[in-house]
Design a protein around this ligand. Structure first.
Ligand code: ATP
Length: 696
């Protein structure tokens, strides 16, 4: 079947629906994608087959994290844009006799204008506001809901960009000088101070930066500046003495817990001596971080939240950390629930992988952040407010309104110049593939490389003990406290198990210790399937730990099995991505004798929250997590992270993926490659493509 036809030939709707079903049978499309096209065909029997195909493909793209179908991109490169046939697909593995006719064959001969003209249908496709299930705008086909989300996000951001209501310049200058007492020198430009100035003046501010660039430190100073101005009556429309209601949120429980840890320290060390009511300011900065779902008030079995435009959030300032993980739908829900006068501060690393769900909002906002694009007016304002001269290369008279609200922090305070992790992350992020073999050869103390074809035994050693003795770099890590592997938390589990009559507090302390030890090390996988995929690696590591006598069984529940929740469970209060460890608690048997019974321990939300103990049988959606995908690791950090790349190159191996994997490591990073140096170079050269986006 080919959809290219002269305008008077009737469209082959039935044939198309049969083809879509064949794609579903082959595992190319989700059943929902084909069902959507089928539904439209029933609703509008006169719909063109080219429309039904576009609808199914728009739904398919949504499933892959793209909020719309870009017609031109699909026609230019159907296989790459749609991943159809999926990379590595074989009829044999899919259990079908042969490959169905691919989208490329159906689309041959169509051009974007011709396709767009065949998408016109009064009941099904609108050009903007309306009721049809699809929207076509600038050659992009959206499912209406996602078009709405983009509109809400775009409008919500635009409404907050205005800086006319900013606080008086003199008051702002004074507080910024107090919060940034060090004189960086006439040549140096302190981006942290600039970020505070930029974000105080508007109701939206975006602070992006790599690991350890001071996002938390900066946002705490920003909050201090805001509270100081609020208490002093310097914020428009607010009486003096009334502190702002500030809330802190993150997209996942893991990310919230991490910010919880770092924010308290940053608040404690705020330099407030120079402010007359410094301690009142400190006391008015919260340190409790909640998940975005909890903040918005998720309603069980519903996409809706307790807070929305009609029931806005009771707050004046919201800080959202790890904003790169927030998808379009969630960002739209948040912007709708935010009172118009409230400020939104987004923190995140724009270079990380975006949310797997559709729509990378932070990435879109920060697309131009590397080069700044600040207007001369912004430069002037920065000079007045911070006493610093913005270097010429960041000035652009054509800068867009939202460029002015974004600041990229450029200096890592965690990784000093000689840090291997810092250098590797920077080289990968800049796409400097040629620098990687040099870094591998330099034997930096925090970096190790394992090439599996040369050293197949190294993975076992690494997974268990954290080092890969016998690998191409024999003396992998120096220092008395080297990187750990999974054997560490299992030994600690055994060594610190309390007595049968232990108190609940002692059991909680045991669980906290084991959970913390587990967080010392994580294997990260780029792919799910294949010998270096997360599924196989989990089985393999389980088997190795059994052999080593550290785990009872490699399959099913046993003491020490780490699991990750894969679906939100509101009844249990567990969220997708939460990690627990199978431990045991004493339970009386029929005769009243205490016996150990397996329970999975999950860290309670905050530092002092009690551990949650859950019966394994109540956990319906969990998977073993000796290894996790890089996607799932976002928002988490580990003392030692080991990224395992497969033997074969694939489209999913991108610069963003490798960078995200590296930046999960705090102290040690090991790169394990099933292939050779070339594979790594290819991955680093490949960029992640996202279509559409709220600011496209
Ligand atoms: N201007 C600075 N001068 C000195 N040290 C700093 C400065 N900014 C940040 N730091 C230190 O660098 C470390 C990392 O800072 P911070 O936690 O704020 O970074 P981050 O970007 O939030 O990190 P993460 O990647 O964990 O999100 C902290 O120990 C902090 O005290």
């Amino acid at each position: 079947m080919n959809l290219h036809r002269s305008a008077d030939v009737p469209p082959g709707t039935d044939a198309l629906l049969r083809t879509l079903q064949a794609w579903v049978d082959a595992g190319w499309l989700r059943a929902v994608d084909a069902a959507f096209a089928g539904f439209l065909a029933r609703e509008a029997p006169d719909a063109d087959a080219a429309l039904l195909l576009a609808a199914a493909l728009a739904s398919h793209q949504l499933g892959r994290g793209h909020p719309c179908l870009v017609l031109g991109a699909v026609l230019r490169d159907p296989v790459g844009t749609l991943d159809l046939p999926p990379e590595g697909w074989t009829a044999e593995a899919a259990g079908v006799p042969s490959a169905p006719e691919p989208p490329a064959a159906l689309l041959a001969g169509l051009d974007a204008a011709g396709w767009a003209s065949r998408l016109r249908h009064p009941a099904l496709v609108g050009a903007g506001e309306g009721a049809g299930p699809l929207v076509l705008e600038d050659g992009r086909l959206y499912l209406r809901r996602y078009w709405e989300h983009e509109r809400v996000v775009r409008a919500g951001i635009a409404a907050r960009l205005d800086d006319a209501q900013g606080p008086p310049a003199a008051a702002l200058r004074e507080v910024l000088d107090a919060l940034f007492p060090g004189d960086a020198g006439p040549e140096a430009f302190d981006w942290q101070k600039a970020a505070c100035a930029v974000a105080v003046r508007r109701r939206i501010g975006v602070i992006t930066g790599g690991p350890g660039t001071g996002k938390t430190t900066t946002v705490v100073k920003l909050l201090a500046a805001l509270q100081h101005l609020a208490l002093g009556g310097q914020l428009a429309g607010r009486a003096a003495g009334r502190p702002l209601r500030i809330r802190l949120a993150a997209p996942t429980g893991k990310a919230a817990a991490r910010l919880n840890e770092s924010i308290a320290g940053a608040v404690r060390s705020l330099p407030l001596q120079a402010l007359p009511e410094g301690e009142a300011v400190r006391a008015a900065i919260p340190t409790q971080v909640v998940t975005l779902h909890r903040l918005l008030g998720s309603l069980p079995h519903s996409r809706h939240f307790r807070h929305h435009a009609g029931q806005p959030l009771p707050l004046d300032v919201l800080v959202l950390d790890e904003a790169s993980m927030v998808d379009l739908e969630m960002m739209a829900a948040l912007l709708q629930a935010l009172p118009p006068a409230a400020r939104l501060i987004l923190l995140g690393d724009k270079d990380q992988l975006a949310s797997v769900e559709a729509g990378a909002v932070l990435g879109a906002l920060c697309r131009r952040a590397d080069a700044g694009h600040y207007t001369p007016a912004t430069r002037q304002a920065l000079a007045e407010l911070t006493g610093q001269r913005l270097p010429e290369e960041f000035v652009d008279p054509q800068g867009l309104a939202w460029d002015q609200a974004v600041v990229k922090l450029r200096r890592s305070w965690r990784f000093q110049g000689d840090s291997g992790i810092g250098q590797l992350a920077e080289a990968v992020n800049a796409g400097r593939a040629e620098a990687l073999p040099r870094l591998a050869r330099r034997r930096l103390p925090d970096l190790a490389f394992v090439w599996l074809p040369r050293d197949p035994g190294a993975l076992r050693q690494l997974a268990l003990h954290g080092t890969a003795a016998g690998a191409s770099t024999p003396d992998l890590f120096d220092g008395p406290t080297g990187p750990l592997g999974h054997a560490h938390y299992l030994r600690l589990l055994q060594a610190t198990q309390p007595a049968l009559d232990a108190s609940p507090e002692a059991l909680d302390a045991w669980a906290r210790g084991v959970l913390a030890a587990f967080g010392e090390f994580q294997l990260l996988c780029a792919v799910r399937r294949g010998p270096q995929g997360v599924e196989q690696l989990n089985r393999q590591v389980g088997a190795w730990l059994c052999e080593a006598g550290l785990l009872g069984t490699a399959q099913g529940w046993s003491l020490g099995r780490p699991v990750m929740v894969t679906r939100n469970d509101y009844a249990l209060g567990l969220m997708n991505g939460d990690v627990g460890i199978t431990l045991a608690t004493p339970v009386p048997d029929a005769g009243g004798e205490l016996q150990w019974k397996l329970r999975v321990a999950f860290a309670g939300g905050g530092a002092n929250q009690p551990v949650r103990w859950v019966l394994p049988s109540r956990l319906s959606s969990v998977e073993t997590v000796f290894a996790m995908t890089v996607h799932k690791s976002q928002g988490s950090e580990f003392s030692h992270a080991a990224l395992v790349l497969p033997a074969q190159d694939s489209r999913v191996l991108t610069r963003e993926l490798v960078y995200t994997g590296i930046t999960r490591a705090r102290r040690w990073f090991t790169l394990v490659s099933g292939g050779d140096e070339r594979l790594l170079a290819q991955a680093v050269s490949r960029r992640l493509e996202r279509s559409g986006g709220p600011l496209a």
